[in-house]
Write a protein that binds this ligand. Structure first.
Ligand SMILES: [Zn+2]
Ligand SMILES: [Zn+2]
Length: 133
């Protein structure tokens, strides 16, 4: 699965106001050139595009959201999804960085071409102790 990556230029004054309200300091502000967001959802998602702007501690993260009929940019605060990837190796396991209840696949499903684990039913357990009653 590929990331959507639709780009959208944000209104710079609106972006700075929003970051300021979220508690960002001046050295965390992006430059005017960097005020472009790219959608981070998995490709071919329903609903609006969404791109991460800012997070601070355990506060809900700040995201830019756009799309729909008016295509207007909205700044929204969302908690992260945090759904862990299905790796059995804890080193490779990653939490989803997209907002909770996002459209499309989880963040760890896009980007790299890792094989997805089989989604079939779990194997039927064989009786471990056959000679015991
Ligand atoms: Zn998108
Ligand atoms: Zn997710």
């Amino acid at each position: 699965m590929k990331t959507c990556r639709v780009a959208r230029r944000l209104s710079y004054p609106a972006l700075l106001c929003t970051l300021h309200a979220a508690g960002a300091t001046e050295d965390e502000y992006p430059s005017r050139r960097e005020a472009v967001s790219r959608c981070e959802l998995g490709g071919e998602h329903d609903g609006p595009h969404i791109a991460h702007l800012y997070s601070r501690g355990t506060d809900p993260e700040l995201w830019a959201q756009w799309g729909g009929e008016d295509d207007e940019i909205r700044f929204v605060r969302r908690l992260p999804c945090e759904e862990p990837s299905p790796h059995t190796d804890p080193v490779q396991r990653r939490a989803c960085t997209l907002p909770a209840e996002h459209d499309g696949g989880h963040a760890w499903e896009s980007g790299d071409d890792e094989p997805r684990p089989p989604q079939g039913p779990p194997p039927i357990p064989t009786p471990a102790a056959t000679g015991r009653l």
